[in-house]
Design a protein around this ligand. Structure first.
Ligand SMILES: Nc1ncnc2c1ncn2[C@@H]1O[C@H](COP(=O)(O)OP(=O)(O)OP(=O)(O)O)[C@@H](O)[C@H]1O
Ligand SMILES: [Mg+2]
Length: 356
C-alpha cells in the first residue's frame, strides 16, 4: 500500500495541488516559505486529522477561504481518503462513505512525522512519549483503541464523580472498569516495548555505536498492591483534586543513553538523531506486523542532522519498506545513491511541479 495520488485544495498556501508521488522516495525542494512544510503537514493531516504545527483550524485554511480539502488515493489495496475542514465542521470520507472516527484514517494511512519540533519527544512532557507509544500500540494491537476508549470512559465517569464530591461508593463504582482496562493497556504497551527494543537493537549500532540505550516504562501510578489498591488508597487525595491522579493516562517512557537521562545528558543534535532513531524503529516494528505501508514525513532533513548522520539515516531508510517524503531547500544536500524509485518535486509560491 502506498499513496499514489494527493489532491490538496486551499490548505495554507497550497491553493490547488495535485501530485502523484513515487512509492519509495519523494524529495520536496523549494526556497524558504515556498510551501514545503505545508505539503508535508497536509499529508499528516490526512492521517491524524490534526496538524503537527497548530491546533487552530483557521491557520490551516487558506486565507479568505471557507475550508480546505484533502483527497488521497492509496493502492494495494486501493482506497480513497478525504477530509474537508472548515472552522465549523469536519467531514471525513473513506471510499465515498462518511465516517465519524478520525482513527479510521490513521488505521488506513499510517504516518510518522519528523520535523523541527520532534525533539519534544525527548525534551518535553510525558504526553509526547505516551503519544509515541500509543501510535505504535494502536497499529500493532487491533484491540488497543477500544481498550483505550473503555479506559477513557471509565476515567471521565470517575473524575465526574470526584469533581462533584459524590459519596465514596459512587466514586469507586468505576474502579473495576478502570482497573481492567488499565491492565490490558499496560500488557499491550509492555509487549509493544519489547518489540520496539528488538528493532532499536538493530538500528542503534549505526547511529549510536558503543552507546547503551534503555527504554523503561513508567506506569503512571505506584503501589506494590496493584492499581485497584492504588485507586482505593488515593481516593481522598483524588477527591481533593477533583480528578484521578495516577494511571496509564499518566504513564511515561524513561529513555536513557549510557545510563543517563536523555533530557539533560545529550545535545540537541543528538536528541534529534535519537528521535529519528526511535521513529525508524517504530516504522520497523510497524512493517513487521502490518501489511500496510507506513509513510514517513521528514521535514527539512538537512537542517536537522549533520552530513554524516543524514547519510546514515538515508541508508537505513532505504532498507525499510516505507514511503518517504523529505523536504529540503535543495536536493544536493542529500546523498540519494541507493534509491531507485524516486521522484522530485519543486515548490514555489504554493505551486508544486514534478521534476524529471
Ligand atoms: N492559512 C494560510 N493561507 C495562506 N498562506 C499561508 C497560510 N498559512 C501559512 N501560509 C504561508 O505559507 C508559507 C510558509 O510555508 P511553509 O512553512 O510550508 O514554507 P517552507 O517551504 O517549509 O519554508 P522553510 O524552508 O522556511 O521551512 C508562508 O509564505 C505563509 O505566509
Ligand atoms: Mg518548512
Amino acid at each position: 500500500m502506498s499513496l499514489v495520488h494527493i489532491e490538496i485544495s486551499h490548505f495554507r498556501n497550497l491553493q490547488q495541488v495535485s501530485l502523484q508521488p513515487a512509492a519509495k522516495l519523494n524529495i520536496i525542494t523549494g526556497e524558504n516559505a515556498a510551501g514545503k512544510t505545508n505539503l508535508l503537514e497536509s499529508l499528516h493531516y490526512l492521517s491524524f486529522a490534526r496538524s503537527f504545527r497548530t491546533a487552530q483550524t483557521r491557520d490551516l485554511i487558506m486565507y479568505q477561504q471557507p475550508f480546505f480539502r484533502l483527497i488521497g488515493k492509496l493502492q494495494h489495496p486501493s482506497a480513497t481518503l478525504g477530509i474537508q475542514k472548515s472552522s465549523q465542521e469536519q467531514i471525513i470520507r473513506i471510499n465515498q462513505q462518511t465516517v465519524n472516527r478520525s482513527a479510521d484514517l490513521a488505521a488506513m494511512f499510517p504516518v510518522v512525522a519528523i520535523h523541527p519540533d520532534s525533539h519534544q519527544l525527548i525534551s518535553a512532557g510525558p504526553e509526547y512519549r505516551r503519544q509515541y507509544l500509543d501510535w505504535g500500540v494502536f497499529h500493532v494491537e487491533h484491540h488497543y483503541l477500544q481498550v483505550w476508549k473503555d479506559f477513557r470512559t471509565a476515567l471521565s465517569q470517575r473524575n465526574a464523580a470526584l469533581r462533584h464530591n459524590q459519596p465514596d461508593t459512587l466514586c469507586c463504582l468505576w474502579d473495576q472498569a478502570l482497573v481492567e482496562a488499565a491492565q490490558r493497556m499496560e500488557i499491550m504497551r509492555l509487549d509493544y516495548l519489547e518489540k520496539l527494543a528488538l528493532s532499536l537493537d538493530k538500528i542503534r549500532p549505526l547511529l549510536f555505536p558503543e552507546a547503551e540505550l534503555a527504554l523503561e516504562y513508567r506506569p503512571g501510578w505506584q503501589s506494590e498492591a496493584g492499581y485497584q489498591a492504588y485507586l482505593a488508597a488515593s481516593l481522598y487525595k483524588d477527591k481533593e483534586k477533583g480528578f484521578t491522579q495516577g494511571g496509564p493516562h499518566r504513564a511515561d517512557l524513561r529513555i536513557k543513553l549510557d545510563n543517563k537521562p536523555v533530557q539533560s545528558a545529550i545535545s540537541r543534535g543528538q536528541q534529534k538523531k535519537l528521535v529519528a532513531m526511535l521513529k525508524l524503529a517504530q516504522m520497523d516494528v510497524f512493517s513487521q506486523h502490518s501489511d500496510k505501508t507506513c509513510v514517513l514525513l521528514y521535514d527539512d532533513l538537512p537542517a536537522e542532522l549533520d552530513t554524516v548522520n543524514r547519510n546514515k539515516l538515508l541508508k537505513l531508510l532505504s532498507k525499510l519498506p516505507v514511503q518517504v517524503f523529505i523536504s529540503a531547500i535543495e536536493a544536493n544536500q542529500l546523498d540519494l545513491s541507493g534509491w531507485s524509485d524516486m521522484k522530485m518535486f519543486h515548490v514555489k509560491h504554493g505551486e508544486v511541479d514534478a521534476l524529471d
